[in-house]
Write a protein of this length. Structure first.
Ligand SMILES: Cc1cc2nc3c(=O)[nH]c(=O)nc-3n(C[C@H](O)[C@H](O)[C@H](O)COP(=O)(O)OP(=O)(O)OC[C@H]3O[C@@H](n4cnc5c(N)ncnc54)[C@H](O)[C@@H]3O)c2cc1C
Length: 413
């Protein structure tokens, strides 16, 4: 039987992060929502120090286990990841995205990189100053159809030369400019080869030829930067292609499939942030209803429930359903099971739940929800991105349908 009962360590971590979200993140959420606000440095520095301390602890624990030749205990790294994200996003989704880490670049490197590349590119995220990673796929002429990548990578001696434009890169500014971070960039080696020619490349912050064009002024998650980035004869070392050089020569779609595997890890993460935002709106709504003396009678018969009770109970059930799908997709990763179907299910469900729940909270509270006195209008704005990035709602439902019906992408598009 599948059990998502968290270990004591995971439960402690959740409680600690909830306190961080409540006391450190929430108080600056409104301020960071303003476009010209400073970055949330208290959060950034706190999380960075915690990550470094945890990194040292787990390295020591791994060493000890190896020495004692202990059998493999239960793995819960991905369950930890979704727990951390849910709690931080409960505090604020935009501030959560400012947490220094390898981000989507890390997922890509884990999915496609060689052991040497993992060491070279990911080790930096546990030492020194705060750093960020980002992933650049989307271009001005496409988003959903990732096979349309037109940014080129051409080999010139011991280097790849990248040319093209990427847009809407989450944390792009921080990853490319503000830190010695990294960007994973999708580019094609041969446009005629279609999907088979698409590979991902690691570009280090500050590489000449990579230019951040600015920052998007957007609806939600405004604390975090979203940037268009141009690659103009940007030269990177030959060994920065993710995966081995031999894979490049092979035919078929192996390279593209490898790159797509990034989404199996990133979609549960996005789903978790959506669950966090939905839970924030639900908790906020219940707190106000309670203050107004409105009780939710969970044990009352259906026909006796008021409209508000019915709404709140439905919201709770929906959030819990999205959470359980998210946990399942993360748990499967911990179990080393292929989770592409479950990751898309979780992402699609969390996207639709968080947009509906946050909107419902605003609706129930009326002008109070719509005003900036509370954070409900902000949660409604922050929620929508769950439905957009890492595959839109429609694309994830399409993936679910294809996998359930065993259709190819050509047969069902
Ligand atoms: C704040 C923000 C951050 C982002 N961060 C990143 C990032 O870090 N890296 C990155 O590479 N990209 C990022 N993106 C881009 C995002 O992934 C794309 O916007 C998304 O994939 C949709 O692509 P599109 O905008 O081109 O829309 P389109 O693909 O043009 O889609 C438009 C509409 O048509 C629907 N649609 C498209 N194809 C189908 C189909 N076959 N069947 C049914 N419906 C369909 C879509 O669901 C959508 O509703 C970000 C976007 C935003 C807004």
């Amino acid at each position: 039987m599948i059990s998502f009962k968290p270990s004591a360590a995971l439960e402690n971590m959740r409680n600690l992060l909830h306190m961080v979200a409540e006391n450190q993140i929430r108080p600056v959420a409104r301020q960071c929502d303003h476009h010209d606000a400073e970055k949330p440095w208290d959060h950034i520095n706190f999380m960075w120090e915690s990550v470094k301390a945890r990194g040292t602890e787990s390295a020591a624990a791994a060493k000890k286990e190896k020495k004692e030749k202990k059998a493999d205990g239960p793995r819960e790294g991905n369950m930890q990841m979704v727990t951390i994200i849910e709690e931080l996003a409960w505090g604020d989704a935009g501030i959560y995205l400012c947490t220094p880490n390898a981000g989507l670049a890390g997922f890509a490197i884990e999915a496609v990189g060689t052991p040497e590349q993992k060491e070279r590119f990911l080790k930096r995220f546990t030492e020194g100053e705060p750093k960020w990673g980002a992933m650049a796929i989307t271009e001005p002429h496409f988003g959903s159809d990732t096979s349309q990548v037109a940014t080129t990578a051409v080999r010139d001696g011991d280097e790849w030369v990248l040319n093209g434009t990427k847009i809407f890169v989450t944390s792009g500014l921080m990853a490319a400019q503000e830190s010695p971070g990294i960007l994973v960039v999708w580019a094609t080696l041969d446009k005629n080869a279609g999907r088979a020619g698409i590979k991902s490349f690691v570009v280090e912050a500050g590489t000449p030829g990579m230019k951040v064009l600015g920052v998007e002024d957007k609806l939600g998650i405004r604390a975090n930067d979203t940037a268009p980035i141009v690659f103009d004869n940007c030269r990177i070392p030959i060994e920065n292609i993710l995966g081995s050089a031999e894979v490049v020569q092979s035919s078929g779609t192996a390279g593209f499939k490898g790159a797509m595997a990034t989404f199996d890890a990133s979609r549960p993460a996005v789903a978790a942030s959506g669950v966090g935002v939905a839970q924030a709106a639900l908790d906020g709504l219940k707190e106000i209803l309670e203050k107004e003396g409105i009780e939710i009678r969970y044990d009352a018969p259906d026909h006796e429930l008021t409209a508000i009770e019915r709404d709140v109970i439905d919201m709770e059930a929906q959030v819990q359903a999205a959470r359980l799908l998210t946990y399942r997709s993360a748990w499967m990763m911990d179990e080393r099971r292929h989770n592409a179907l479950e990751a898309s299910m979780a992402k699609a469900k969390a996207g639709s739940v968080t947009t509906k729940v946050t909107q419902k909270a605003v609706e129930i509270l009326g002008p109070l929800g719509y005003s900036q006195k509370h954070l409900f209008e902000k949660w409604m704005r922050d929620a929508k991105i769950t439905d957009l990035y890492e595959g839109t709602q429609q694309i994830n439902l399409l993936i679910v349908a294809r996998r359930l019906l065993d259709y190819s992408s050509k047969a069902l598009s």
